[in-house]
Design a protein around this ligand. Structure first.
Ligand SMILES: [Zn+2]
Length: 466
């Protein structure tokens, strides 16, 4: 493998800062909307390295949008029950939504929750299975609709509907702790290696190779006049791969929403954003007992409800948004390596290829859709008040990167959401790149890219801090 670090070509590609006048008298307004984005069966499902066809719907996949407005500033955030947002989808949805609503593209965030029980609608594996079906039958029986077009249209509708629902609100924000549900899935082993998911009670485990982030970020929106909770954003770093099976599901955030809905009523909307959980899942290697999605959602809901009592009202909202696009060096492979990777993908279908070899081959072929020597990492920061900021990042950053941003942020409360506007696999830390294992094999950036993203984020936070 040839990985080139092109220092000359790296750095800031674009910066936008759009701020509301501080001390504005205009109250903040918010609107929310939900659109069903569940594809028809038997659309292929995402998340693993084998073809899996959907057989039904456990709970509908949703795109949930919130639009915030103060003075002339508007920001839209959409949380979708899908594994990732492809760059094509992000561009299509954000451009169309911007045209329809007047909200600048730079102020629109389309994030995925990372549900592993959603559609496989983009990427190299989708193309592989789709092309094979078309070659065999002349058509793809799994794709009876143009799902990417429908998905984009659903996201645009959610943003437009949320904007149409704008009304004066009050905000409160803060954090609570939930240390029981998440686990760092990388471990130092007795042979000196680092392994991901080494198995329950593996006697060769020495210790976890990284931390978790037990912090749950919360932003509560209430009606300004009736004080009723309208929407709550919950952000927690935990891989959404706790359901499995062949039925569509939003995974544990569905159960979180159910529990919160019981407390706050039918009209209340629960938004879930994933924290930086590239190396975090729900597997406790010290026991064969595993929490179900329902148990995780219910326990998270209990922590959230306890945390709501301690939120700090944002007395003087000061909505502002800023973004920076960081050009992180991308991994490069030779034509021979690409040809070999294509062969490996075919071979892997009949078995006989190791998991990591399959992951690497898929990654190499997938990288060919990315042009240029850098991968644009778009960082967005939304300021809600003098002490509260929301950060959104692309891909699946390791937990340490999110923790570093929070630690260095000048805001008292900083909430970090991953998988915004692009999904290109993991963003490991430089430390993890040196250690290796699955997440580093399944990454498109080279070592140092994650740290560049952290620096850009801290810079933006500094610019927006009053
Ligand atoms: Zn993942």
């Amino acid at each position: 493998m040839k990985v080139t670090f092109l220092a000359v070509l790296t750095g800031v590609l674009a910066v936008t800062v759009i701020g509301a006048d501080r001390g504005s008298a205009e109250p903040i307004a918010a609107g929310v909307a939900v659109v069903d984005i569940t594809p028809p069966v038997p659309y292929r499902m995402c998340g693993y390295y084998a073809q899996r066809l959907s057989t039904g719907t456990h709970d509908p996949l949703l795109a949930k949008a919130i639009v915030l407005k103060q003075d002339q500033q508007q920001v839209a955030l959409v949380f979708c029950d899908i594994i990732g947002v492809s760059p094509d989808l992000a561009a299509r949805a954000r451009n169309a939504a911007s045209e329809k609503t007047g909200i600048p593209v730079a102020n629109i965030v389309v994030a995925a929750t990372h549900s592993h029980t959603g559609p496989l609608y983009y990427g190299v594996l989708r193309d592989f299975y789709h092309d094979r079906a078309v070659a065999k039958d002349g058509r793809d029986p799994c794709e009876t609709v143009d799902y990417p077009a429908q998905l984009a249209e659903g996201i645009v509708r959610a943003i437009a509907d949320a904007q149409a629902a704008l009304r004066p609100v009050e905000l409160a924000a803060g954090t609570t702790q939930e240390p029981k549900l998440s686990f760092n899935r990388r471990f130092h082993m007795k042979d000196g290696s680092v392994r991901f998911n080494p198995g329950v009670n593996n006697p060769d485990i020495v210790r976890a190779a990284g931390p978790i982030d037990p912090e749950v970020g919360l932003v509560l929106v209430r009606g300004a006049s009736d004080k009723k909770p309208v929407v709550l954003l919950t952000v927690f770093a935990l891989h959404l791969d706790t359901t499995g099976g062949t039925e569509y599901s939003a995974d544990f955030p569905y159960y979180l929403a159910q529990s919160l809905g019981k407390q706050f009523g039918d009209k209340f909307i629960s938004l879930f954003g994933n924290g930086t959980c590239g190396d975090i899942n729900h597997i406790d290697v010290t026991t064969s007992k595993r929490r179900s999605a329902g148990e995780i959602g219910a326990e998270l809901a209990d922590a959230v409800k306890a945390g709501l009592a301690r939120l700090t009202p944002i007395e003087r909202p000061s909505l502002a948004a800023a973004r920076e696009i960081v050009g992180a060096p991308i991994q490069k492979y030779s034509p021979d390596e690409i040809a070999q990777a294509k062969e490996t993908m075919v071979k892997a279908e009949s078995g006989g290829v190791s998991f990591l070899d399959q992951v690497k081959a898929t990654k190499i072929v997938d990288l060919q859709s990315r042009k240029g020597d850098t991968l644009p990492l778009e960082v967005q920061v939304v300021r809600l008040g003098d002490d509260v900021a929301l950060v959104t990042l692309p891909g699946e950053p390791f937990v340490d990167l999110g923790l570093a941003i929070k630690k260095r942020s000048p805001f008292k409360t900083t909430i970090v959401v991953e998988l915004a506007n692009d999904e290109f696999g993991y963003i490991p830390t430089a430390k993890a790149f040196a250690e290796g294992s699955y997440e580093t094999v399944n990454s498109r950036v080279v070592t140092g890219g994650g740290e560049m993203m952290v620096e850009a984020t801290v810079r933006l936070l500094g610019q927006l801090k009053p």
